[in-house]
Design a protein around this ligand. Structure first.
Ligand SMILES: [Zn+2]
Ligand SMILES: [Zn+2]
Length: 136
């Protein structure tokens, strides 16, 4: 399905095509650090469909859990993570787009959890944590 999204400050917008069935949670320690949170939710977008306005900042990082070098792109103004992809010049085969930036995020329900061995032990018990419907 067609997707579009924007970073928190609006400097970067993306669009493309993504299959909600491929939505995944990554619990690896790099995703914990890179999000400043417990895990990351992403979906692959083929490079042939991927369009972007604005210029993200990026860094190359060899992820400790997989050993693969990945380009991590984020908004240089607001810091929102945008995608990761393979290193190299020009359009890459696939972009792992961060689901939290998508306008259609409701339709991207994770179907798989990877690097679960690194998951924070509390993530499976999150439903038991007391809830408030708004921040108090
Ligand atoms: Zn931004
Ligand atoms: Zn990860």
């Amino acid at each position: 399905m067609k997707i579009d999204g924007t970073c928190h400050c609006g400097a970067i917008t993306i669009e493309g095509e993504a299959d909600p069935e491929k939505t995944a949670i990554c619990h690896c320690t790099d995703c914990q650090t890179g999000t400043g949170s417990a895990f990351r939710v992403s979906v692959p977008v083929p490079g042939a469909t991927f369009r972007m306005t604005g210029q993200p900042a990026s860094y190359l990082k060899t992820t400790s859990d997989s050993g693969n070098p990945r380009v991590q792109a984020f908004c240089s103004k607001c810091g929102t993570p945008i995608y990761s992809t393979s290193p190299g010049e020009g359009v890459q085969p696939s972009y792992m787009v961060r689901v939290g930036i998508l306008r259609q995020r409701d339709q991207f329900v994770p179907k798989r959890q990877i690097w679960f061995r690194s998951a924070r032990p509390w993530v499976t018990g999150i439903d038991a944590i007391p809830k408030v419907q708004k921040h108090t």
